[in-house]
Design a protein around this ligand. Structure first.
Ligand code: 4YB
Length: 463
């Protein structure tokens, strides 16, 4: 059974035409107005040659034009490949060669033009052009079609492009909406980038519920006011809690993307912000497990439509929200193993009916023969009230093979010496960091997730 019989905005333009669909600063769009805009924009894309199945790269930061272009491209039958505008040419160019989009709509700063080895053939440049009125080209809703290709944040090699159907994206949204009771009466802040599953998850939940989507017109703390829901990575919540004021109207935040420290949740709850914990990945179209946060370390059980099992300590998932495959060289490549499951690369265990995520398999390293799981040390460090971010990075060592180094972000009153003394007592000798460093500002702020590879490179450069 399909969740919808047409593109979600077209359904809403019929059922609740006057309800507010979107808010972006001063601008508000009803479902009727949104649908009219999308019809004209879709026609504009069709005139530029977009047909069913066309692969279109969409490069830019979150904005109203980017969101409208995305939806209109879907309506025109295109498959959308959103690109982080910060991807360096050394990653972007081989990606474009492997994925070979026919078109590119670039809403970001242009790439430097001295970049060598541009892919051939270049994707044709697409532009935002509204046709005077919707054309007669029929719009066909095909829930089994691939809607988007989303890049994974793989730790090695080129990112992979997970291909999701409309149906998978909507089923993913349905499980979350059911969990947190997200309905047409609510609004969700687009608080994470659309080139990441966490941002896309917001869009599909909004569309499925027929709720209101708010595009931030101000820094996060102000933007949250007047929204009832938001998705945040833990560092965003830390920053929010450092503000003197609580956002008015905010009912709940969905947390995810990294280990969620129970102390962070407790502080947010004490400040009146309801917290939900989620665990998910690009391949699963965001949230797989979730629960109302409590004072414990766990991400709940599988949501409707997902299954989770643990095999040799690794989290395996399956279900209708999984990507149909990875897109590369003009075809889909399977992402499931011979047993039909997707092996996530995350280590986990069950505890009282809840999944606990213990870290990534490939982050494990050995120090003097002892296995060191960086995330285990990090979650201990995060228990100190002054620590707002913690990373354990292996540093090559002639005698031990590798030894842990700690990179921390601290609250304003945090003192490194106090924290190191506190932590030493609680860690086994092989877990004790041999160096303690503050995360440089430039790195600490970047993107939604810090790359361990980048941190390791920075660390090496500081030796
Ligand atoms: C975790 C983790 C956890 C992911 N504990 N490690 O809508 C949402 O679900 C959402 C809400 C707020 C913020 C983020 C999200 C996401 O979608 C996150 C999805 C994501 O991060 N995808 S990813 O492909 O970029 O990374 C996946 C990896 O992130 C996982 O394989 C885990 O290693 C890690 N992760 N949630 C511990 N609760």
């Amino acid at each position: 059974a399909h969740l919808l019989s047409d593109f979600p905005w077209r359904v809403r333009a019929q059922t609740t035409p006057a309800a507010i669909a979107l808010r972006a600063g001063e601008e508000q769009l009803s479902w009727r107005a949104l649908t009219q805009r999308l019809d004209r924009l879709c026609a504009g894309f069709q005139r530029q040659g977009i047909t069913t199945g066309a692969l279109v790269a969409l490069r830019g930061k979150n904005s109203l034009p980017l969101l409208l272009a995305w939806l209109a491209l879907l309506q025109a039958g295109a498959r959308v490949l959103p690109l982080n505008p910060q991807l360096p040419p050394a990653t972007l160019l081989p990606l474009l060669s492997a994925l070979n989009p026919a078109f590119m709509l670039d809403l970001a700063e242009p790439l430097p033009d001295d970049v060598p080895a541009l892919p051939r053939p270049l994707p044709a440049a697409l532009r935002i052009k509204y046709a005077p009125r919707a054309t007669a080209s029929p719009v066909i809703w095909r829930p089994e079609a691939i809607a988007s290709l989303t890049l994974t944040s793989g730790s090695t090699g080129l990112p992979k492009a997970a291909a999701h159907t409309f149906q998978a994206l909507l089923l993913s949204a349905a499980g979350v909406n059911q969990l947190i009771n997200f309905t047409a009466a609510e609004s969700w802040l687009l608080s994470l980038p659309l080139y990441h599953v966490s941002g896309q998850g917001i869009v599909w939940r909004w569309l499925l519920a027929g709720a209101c989507l708010a595009l931030p017109a101000a820094p996060l703390p102000q933007a949250l006011s007047g929204c009832s829901f938001a998705s945040l990575v833990p560092t965003q919540l830390w920053r929010l809690l450092q503000q003197p004021q609580r956002p008015a109207g905010l009912k709940a935040v969905l947390l995810g993307g990294a280990a969620i420290p129970p102390d962070l949740v407790a502080r947010a709850e004490a400040a009146g912000i309801g917290c939900w914990c989620g665990y998910g990945l690009t391949e699963s179209a965001a949230t797989v497990c979730g629960r109302r946060a409590g004072n414990r370390f766990g991400v709940g059980a599988a949501l409707a439509g997902r299954e989770v099992q643990i095999v040799d300590g690794e989290i395996w998932i399956r279900g209708a929200t999984l990507a149909s495959g990875y897109w590369r060289d003009g075809r889909l490549w399977p992402l499931t193993n011979q047993q039909g499951w997707f092996a996530t690369g995350d280590l986990g265990r069950w505890h009282q009916g809840e999944l606990q995520v213990l870290g990534r398999k490939d982050n494990l390293f050995f120090s003097g023969g002892e296995a060191v799981q960086p995330e285990a040390i990090e979650s201990l460090l995060m228990r100190h009230p002054a620590v707002t971010q913690a990373f354990i990075i292996p540093q090559a060592d002639a005698e031990w093979g590798a030894r842990p180094v700690a990179l921390l972000s601290l609250a304003a009153d945090g003192q490194l010496a106090i924290i190191t003394a506190w932590a030493r007592e609680q860690l086994a000798s092989f877990q004790r960091p041999v160096r303690w460093l503050l995360l440089p500002e430039g790195l600490a702020q970047g993107g939604i997730k810090l790359s361990r590879r980048q941190l390791a490179q920075w660390l090496q450069a500081t030796q």
